[in-house]
Structure formats: structure tokens, C-alpha cells
Ligand binder design. Structure first.
Ligand SMILES: *Cc1c(COP(=O)(O)O)cnc(C)c1O
Length: 424
């Protein structure tokens, strides 16, 4: 199946007389005839459902759809993007280990890595994503277990040089994990450029309608854990909580990582998606290619309009030929990047606040990647505790406005932006 067809049909094929849509299996538990039948599931000797904290048929069908869209070998859904980022790293790194991450990542991921996971004993080194291969290499230590980055960083709109990161990661015998939230598999397949594991906040474009918070992890099946067995004992040596089972032996190179993540981390940490939310995600994914094309066309139109406006100081959008990430965008995102544009209104923080107050159609919201256009001025909302100097240090200029362009008619969006700029 081609990509657009998979968005509708992958992961669930109803049999004769069965529901056309992925059914919502709203049940915590699953019934068995004998304790022995259930015991086999607990020992991972048979596959099947027993408790929704570990696995649920609705969530698994949607995970299988996303797995096919990314071109992976196995996938799982989680209750949030934060849980996906955490599980993806914690599945292969523990206390005493080290991870290299791009410095331009989502703020929530940065906190997770730099504060919370640091408290768990995992050290992170943050590197400039535009660094040379030598500089990237210098960040590695003997105990480094993974490299992390975002295809298109939220909110800085930096495009990751995935091939460069993958090359250096593999030279050091560790996988590259890429958060593909902003690009989505409609616009980028990180596995084709050497990424080994992909994560998502499905809350964003994959769901697409601001319906449900969720996350996902997809494994490419390309990373050879056994070739670096000393680095990944959790995958290559016996798990006593499953009677000494070895994940790479029992589930192979394509299944070991996700199986361990489900039967060990999900079992113990329980960041489980609700079946209803998984259903909504599967529904959203059906229209992903149509929505992404419209998001990108609208964002390109708005970015070009803003670039030519006398009251606008600067505009950042990957699709603008003058953008610092235009060239990397052409390589990794030839069909479009995402719907997020950032810009500054002349007059700094005060002018930005006036512009925001004047908007009528675009909603002020912390969300991005919704079908409906939303807009945020970090300096007066999410980052309001910071003064101008602190904002600049955090990479958020006081005048920065983040516009997440929706799929409305472009002329209505431009009219709204135009009337709000007229009031500044
Ligand atoms: C929103 C976001 C996350 C966190 O996802 P939640 O679903 O909000 O937990 C992670 N990465 C990126 C790039 C995001 O935009």
C-alpha cells in the first residue's frame, strides 16, 4: 500500500461482518478459560491480552498503523509524548549512563532530561545541532547509550541533520532516537536517513484535532543490539522478572526493544493510553496526508505574507528560501516541513502583546499542530517569569510569536493577521 492508503487501512483489517472502524475495546481485563492459559501470557510464552495497562487491542491496532507509516518493525502507544520520550531513553539507559542530545528540543523534553532523568542518575550532554562531526564525537563517553534529537525542533524550527547524527551515533555503537512530532511520517521518514527509533507526541499533528494527549515509540528494527551487547545488557541478558528471558533472543532484533518497553516499563510505570484516546488518534491519522499538505501550504502562504509586511521584523519558516534551515529542509523535508511559523513584530514585547490581543480567528493557546490555527507569545505566557535577557538566553526573543497555522482557508487567516497587525 502507498502511504496515503496505509493511513486509512494499516493496522486493522476487519473480517466478514466486523466493524469497519477500529473498535474501541473499553475493557481493563480479558477473560480466560484456565489459569494455565493466562499463566502463559504472564511468562510471555503466548501472545494475547490480559490487562490494558500492558496492552489493549485498540491501542495495538493504532500502533501498528503508525508502525507501518514510519516503516518500522514494532511500535507502542503511550499516554503522552513526555512518556514516549522518557520510555524511549530509559529503556536502554539507567543510573550511571550518559546520553547525547541536541540542545534544540522541546522544553518539556529538556526538563525531563536535564532535571528529572538527571535525578535518576542519567547524565545528558546537550550539543549544538549544527556542530561538526568532530564536535559531536567529543560529546561521547564510554557510558553513552543513545543520541536524541528532533526532526524539526519545537519551537526553534531547527532541522536536524539526521544523517550526521546517525553516523556519529553508529560509530559509537549506540542508536539515534528522533522525535518526529513536527514533521510526522507524512513529511519525513527518519529511518530512511539512519535514525533507529522514532518517538512522537501524537497529541500534535497525528491526532490533529486537539482531542487527546498521547505518545508513541516506533523501532526501525535496524539497530543490532547484540553487536553491542555490553552496552545494552537490559536487552541482551536475562530478565529475572520473566524467568530469565533474553529479549533479543526471544523477540529478535526487530521486536526486542519495543517488547521490553511494553512488558517491563509499561508494566512498572503504567503510562497507558486510554482505548478511547487511541481510537481518536487512529481516526486522526486517516486524514494526516491531507491535513499536512494544507498545514504546509497555509504556513508557506502566511510566512511569505509576513516576510513582506512592514510591521514584521523577522520571520522563521523552514520553507522560506532565506531560512537558515531551508537547505536541510530541502534534503529531509522535500514535501513540506510543518505548519509552525515564528516571527517578530516591530516594537518588541509590547507590540507582540498588542498583536495577540487584536487576533479574532486565531486562538491564543499553548497548543500547536491543531487543525485550528493557534498562536502563542511565550514572553507574556509560558515564559513570563523571565526578563528580556533571560528570554534571549533561552532562545526565545521577547517579540517572538509562534503561529501554528491550521487548515482554515488561507485568505481568512491572512485577513485576521492583517487586521491585528493594523492595530499595532
Ligand atoms: C508536545 C511535544 C512533546 C510532549 O508531548 P505531550 O504529548 O505534550 O506529552 C514532545 N516533543 C515535542 C516535539 C512536542 O511538540
Amino acid at each position: 500500500m502507498k502511504f496515503d492508503t496505509s493511513c486509512l487501512h494499516a493496522g486493522y483489517r476487519p473480517g466478514n461482518g466486523e466493524p469497519r472502524n477500529i473498535p474501541i475495546i473499553q475493557s481493563t481485563t480479558f477473560r480466560y478459560e484456565t489459569s494455565e492459559d493466562m499463566g502463559k501470557l504472564f511468562d510471555l510464552q503466548a501472545s494475547g491480552y490480559f490487562y490494558t495497562r500492558l496492552q489493549n487491542p485498540t491501542s495495538d491496532a493504532v500502533a501498528a498503523r503508525l508502525c507501518e507509516l514510519e516503516g518500522g518493525s514494532a511500535a507502542m502507544l503511550l499516554s503522552s509524548g513526555q512518556a514516549a520520550s522518557f520510555f524511549s531513553v530509559f529503556n536502554i539507559a539507567s543510573a550511571g549512563d550518559h546520553v547525547v542530545s541536541s540542545a534544540t528540543i522541546y522544553g518539556g523534553t529538556y526538563n525531563l532530561f536535564a532535571v528529572t532523568m538527571k535525578r535518576m542518575g542519567i547524565d545528558f550532554t546537550f550539543v549544538d545541532p549544527d556542530c561538526s562531526e568532530e564536535e559531536l564525537q567529543a560529546a561521547f563517553r564510554p557510558n553513552t547509550k543513545a543520541v536524541f534529537g528532533e526532526t524539526i525542533a519545537n519551537p526553534s524550527l531547527v532541522v536536524l541533520d539526521i544523517e550526521k547524527f546517525a553516523r556519529v551515533a553508529h560509530k559509537n555503537g549506540v542508536p539515534l532516537i528522533v522525535d518526529n512530532t513536527f514533521a510526522t511520517p507524512a513529511n519525513c521518514h527518519p529511518f530512511e536517513f539512519g535514525a533507529d527509533i522514532v518517538t512522537h507526541s501524537t497529541t500534535k499533528y497525528l491526532d490533529g484535532h486537539a482531542n487527546a494527549v498521547g505518545g508513541a515509540i516506533v523501532d526501525s528494527g535496524n539497530f543490532n543490539w547484540e553487536a553491542h551487547a555490553d552496552k545494552f545488557p537490559g536487552l541482551t541478558t536475562p530478565d529475572e522478572s520473566y524467568h530469565g528471558l533474553v529479549y533479543t533472543q526471544a523477540f529478535g532484533q526487530g521486536g526486542a526493544y519495543i517488547t521490553k518497553c511494553v512488558v517491563q516499563l509499561m508494566r512498572d510505570l503504567g503510562a497507558t493510553p486510554a482505548p478511547m484516546n487511541s481510537y481518536l488518534l487512529g481516526m486522526g491519522m486517516e486524514t494526516l496526508p491531507l491535513r499536512m499538505a494544507k498545514h504546509c501550504a497555509n504556513a508557506q502562504g502566511i510566512a511569505e505574507y509576513l516576510s513582506n509586511h512592514e510591521k514584521v521584523e523577522w520571520v522563521r519558516y523552514v520553507g522560506l528560501p532565506g531560512d537558515p534551515y531551508y537547505a536541510l529542509g530541502q534534503k529531509y523535508l522535500p514535501h513540506g516541513s510543518c505548519g509552525v511559523v515564528s516571527f517578530g513584530v516591530k516594537g518588541g514585547r509590547a507590540a507582540a502583546e498588542k498583536f495577540m490581543a487584536g487576533l479574532k480567528l486565531c486562538s491564543i493557546a499553548t497548543h500547536v499542530a491543531d487543525a485550528k490555527t493557534c498562536v502563542l507569545h511565550p514572553a507574556s505566557s509560558t515564559h513570563r517569569q523571565m526578563n528580556d535577557e533571560e528570554l534571549v538566553a533561552a532562545g526565545v526573543s521577547p517579540d517572538l510569536i509562534r503561529l501554528s497555522v491550521g487548515i482554515e482557508d488561507l485568505s481568512d487567516l491572512i485577513a485576521d493577521v492583517e487586521q491585528a497587525l493594523a492595530g499595532v
